[in-house]
Each structure stands twice: as C-alpha cells, then as structure tokens.
Design a protein around this ligand. Structure first.
Ligand code: BGC
Length: 441
C-alpha cells in the first residue's frame, strides 16, 4: 500500500496535534520512513537512489537488537551507535538489575526459611556454587552481582561488585568474594561462595549447559558435603546441574528464565527461577518492527492500545528512551506460584490479538538466534516469536547460529534487500558493527 503525499501529511498533522511525544518522540517523517514508500515518507531532500525507486535502503529498514544488548563486553558500556543506527532501531531485553536483585533475594529467602536443614554437614557455613553464563554479557554480570549482593559475598571493585569467577574458594580465602553472614533467629551463619566458573565449552560457546553439568560433577566429587545451595545464571545450566547431582542429593538449585522444564522441576526440589517475561519480550521484539513498517507511532500496541486491543501495562515493561531500549520486568517463580508458569511458550494474553491482514500486510523479517542450542532462546523465546509472527502478520526467517562464530550468522544475511526488517541476537555484544556494516553497504 502506497501512502500518498496527502495521507502522509495528514498523518503527520494529526500526530503533531496529539503532541510530539505521543508520536514516538521523534520526527514523524523519520518514524514513517521504513513503512513502505521511502520516496514519499523520508525527510524532504533525501532523494537517494533507493528512495527514487520506491524502495527502502537497507540502512533505513527497521532493526531490533534483542536479548544481547549492544555493549562493550569489558566495561558494559552501551553501544549507542548501534542502538541508534537509524530512527527505527531499538533494543528489547529485560531489566537486568531488577531481575538480579529478585534472584538474589529469592535465594536468600529460601536459605532463611530453611535454615534448620540447609547446612547439610552442620559446619555452620552455608556453601554455594555458582554457574556463570558469559563473563562479557551484562545480563550474566548483573545476575552474578545480584546473588553476591543478596548473600553478602560481594566485594567491590571499581565501585561495583566484582563479577569475576572465583574458581574454587572452599577455604574462604578468595579476594574476588568474601564470606557473608546471615542472621536467623539470633544465630549467625557464614555464607561462602565455594566455587564459580564461566560455563564456556572448549569450542567457545557460553552459557553452556553441558559444561555446567561437568563442573558440578567435579565440584561435588571433591567438596560435595559442603555444597548446600546451587545457583546458576540461567536455567539451562541450572537444570544440567540439578539433573547431574543436586536433585539426587536434595540440594536446592536456582536458575533464571522460567523455562518450562525448570518450572516443572520445582515440584521435584528445584529451588526456583526468575521469569524474565519472555512472553512480553518476544512480542516487543516483533511489535517494534511491525510499528515501524506500518509507519505508526512506535508506542502502538505497546503503551497505547492498537485497534485489535493489544496493549501492555507498565507493570510488565519499561521503555528507556535514552537507551532506545524496552526492558521487560521480571517475576520470581518459586514453590509458591510455579503452577502459574508451567508453559513458558504461551503468549501474553493482553497482546495476543490478531492484527488485520489488510491493514497490516505481510512483511519479511530476517531474525537470528545466536545459538540454536541455547535452552532459553530455543525452548522459550523462539516458540513465542513464532506465535507472535502470525499474530502480527510477519513472515520471519529464523536463522540459528552455533553460539561461537558471528561470521556464521552474518554470512547468512547474504541479501538484506530481500527483507523489510531485521531482528538481531549477537554472539558477542561487541559485534553490532558486523551487522550494521552489512546493512550500510
Ligand atoms: C538468558 C540465558 C540465555 C542468554 C542468551 C539470557 O537472557 O537468561 O538463558 O542463555 O540470555 O543470550
């Protein structure tokens, strides 16, 4: 459908009448650019070759980064150049700090509630081991910090809690962490991070569940009696450790993601997990593309109901305009409420209404998952995306990476001109430029 100049002008005028912020905070001409007809909708004076032929240049197409936020893997600094690549570029993830605090608090609450039985060898030290996903991924870093903060084992380094793995620390002498204390009913207990390690396999894949299973076997063989709690940056690794050792030994294990298998395992002693509201994230990932392609206010069907009734409330997400990022909020899933989270692939009801295909015609989207073997992305996120792509009339090509080689994914975006929009999940958060360079060609 071509937008006539008159229609575009009318849309712009009504948008301006509503107020600028209601139209996504930017210029209307820019937010509609990717919609369909660049020649008529791009800012005046922009007569690129693509615009003249009525096609949108790849560099102007809607782009959403998701799950791995473009950022410096050493410092965590956000890569704003990537997140503002064009006027229709966004990031979709979840609130890492809020979730990390929830995870830490969940573990601490469990220890307090079970203080009479938790210290398995009765030595007065509550020992835990920690599986770290990716030392260069800010979500993983936040979770490590959240657990250390809640348990009092964190040590500050450069104003923030050190998130480095300790290796082993059974004697409590590590300088990366410290012994924490917890007081329950007048008794003080020591909490110690006995061991932690980045779960990276020999080929380089991070968040690697099999590596975590091997690690718990090694740890338990040498100091199993001291391990009272197992904590993991995600459920993939957490479940691997649970199945390899902690389930049989009655040791509570905590993860993150609320994948269906982990939620089910709560009935068998898995301690708990955090839902990062993947149902909201998967929706937002595709919804921002849909809105940009439709040339409507980016808030449509998000903070503002669309004509089908889709709308999110602010208890499930926040939008940070400076970071051009949508962050879903997290919820703790424990023995108290796990029955409500048994299927992690169910779409979120308030945004599950079908869009009309005449008003929102099919568009082609290229989307990659950095590691086809990642438990969370393959068992929870992608099934959700596949339900939302139907509801939003998007034809999505799903590309699965090996978790290690960015080039393996980038090379499969051979002809970006075939697509109307892109959704990118990077192997390494530093690598945004490998994608944007391709789109800029
Ligand atoms: C999830 C992990 C997953 C990672 C991949 C995180 O948000 O919690 O399970 O491996 O994303 O980037």
């Amino acid at each position: 459908m071509r937008l006539t100049k008159k229609a575009a002008a009318l849309a712009m005028a009504s948008c301006m009448a509503l107020s600028l912020t209601a139209c996504g905070g930017g210029s209307t001409t820019e937010t509609t650019a990717a919609g369909g007809d660049a020649a008529e909708t791009t800012a005046a004076g922009d007569t690129t070759e693509a615009a003249e032929t009525g096609e949108v240049a790849n560099k102007d197409k809607p782009l959403v980064w998701f799950n791995r936020q473009p950022s410096n893997s050493s410092t965590g600094e956000l890569d704003m150049a990537a997140m503002s690549f064009n006027d229709n570029t966004y990031y979709v993830g979840f609130d890492a700090n809020q979730g990390a605090e929830l995870q830490g608090t969940m573990v601490r609450d469990y220890i307090e509630a079970n203080i009479d039985t938790i210290d398995r060898n009765g030595d007065g030290v509550i020992g835990y081991v920690l599986a770290i996903g990716d030392i260069g991924h800010n979500d993983s870093i936040a979770r490590t910090r959240g657990v250390r903060n809640a348990l009092g084992t964190g040590v500050e380094a450069n104003g923030e809690i050190n998130s480095a793995p300790v290796g082993t620390n059974t004697d409590g002498t590590s300088t990366i962490v410290q012994d924490g204390t917890i007081e329950v009913n007048g008794t003080t207990y020591t909490i110690r991070e006995l061991a932690s390690q980045e779960m990276k396999n020999s080929a380089g894949a991070t968040w690697d569940a099999a590596t975590a299973g091997n690690a718990i076997n090694t740890w338990s063989a040498s100091f199993g009696d001291s391990i009272d709690v197992v904590v993991s940056n995600n459920d993939g690794m957490g479940m691997s450790m649970f199945n390899a050792w902690s389930k049989d030994n009655g040791v509570p294990t905590f993860g993150y993601d609320a994948n269906s298998d982990a939620v089910a395992a709560i009935a068998e002693g898995y301690g708990g997990t955090i839902s990062q509201h993947a149902d909201v994230q998967a929706y937002l990932t595709l919804r921002v593309l849909r809105n940009a392609l439709d040339g409507v206010d980016i808030d449509t069907g998000i903070g503002t109901a669309d004509e089908a009734g889709n709308v999110l409330t602010d208890d499930v997400y926040v939008y940070n305009a400076d970071e051009r990022s949508y962050y879903a909020l997290n919820v703790a899933v424990t023995a108290d409420n796990y029955q409500d989270f048994m299927d992690s692939t169910v779409t979120y009801a308030p945004v599950s209404n079908q869009l009309d295909a005449a008003e929102h015609p099919e568009k082609a989207v290229w989307l990659d998952i950095y590691n086809a073997a990642d438990n969370f992305l393959s068992a929870t996120y992608q099934p959700l995306l596949q339900k939302y792509d139907d509801l939003l009339n998007l034809k999505v090509d799903y590309i699965g990476g090996d978790g290690q080689t960015e080039a393996n994914i980038v090379n499969r975006l051979g002809n970006p001109s075939q697509y109307d929009a892109f959704a990118i999940n990077m192997v390494k958060t530093d690598n945004a430029a490998s994608y944007t360079a391709l789109l800029s060609q």
